[in-house]
Design a protein around this ligand. Sequence first.
Ligand SMILES: N[C@@H](CCC(=O)N[C@@H](CS)C(=O)NCC(=O)O)C(=O)O
Length: 210
Amino acid sequence: MITFYDCATAPSPRRARIVLAEKGIAHETVQVDLRKGEQLGEAFRRINPLCTVPALRTDEGVVLTDNAAIAAWAEALQPQPPLFGLTPLERAEVASWQHRAEFEGLLAVADAFRNRSPAMVDRALPGPLNHPQIPALAERGLARIGQFFDALQQRLVDRDYLAGDRFSVADITALVAVDFARVVRLAPDERHPQVLQWRQRLATRPSVGA
Ligand SMILES: N[C@@H](CCC(=O)N[C@@H](CS)C(=O)NCC(=O)O)C(=O)O
């Protein structure tokens, strides 16, 4: 049986949860309690030495330790619906927007949150080693989140999805980043009408509630 290591409240495993739901890949779920530091304990370290979720154990017993691996594996295992694009240009656009959603979206929110939350003291980065908070990075993160919302607004003015003309992993990552921004009390607003419409369009997919 495929085992998925999840944390229901964290953004990164949510990306993988949506991919698994889109692909209809059956699995059992194990919750890892990040608030209690279970990811740093011996038992989970043996599963994923990087001490992060998501992780997924395949039927063959191989553990995939990040979203990139899980999504690539899921696409190859179950090609429908395609989440990485089909044509050469679609695939290029998905890769580009996937990168932007991670780098400009998710990392901006993570910087803003992890560098100033009292719950994240010395945990400014995930992983087995501690890192001190740098308040200036939190400030920069907040500014970058606004820039990311603006970039999404521009991109979505004349299209329904971020890449090509179908839903893709880029939409999943950007959606998770936009929703995660609530931890620093930011959300798209009347300056981002197309982003709000896109968010509503995605909400109609059952996977998004997974
Ligand atoms: N590269 C990883 C990043 C995963 C990641 O940062 N996960 C966070 C939860 S959103 C985590 O496990 N944090 C543990 C910690 O903060 O100690 C991926 O996307 O798969």
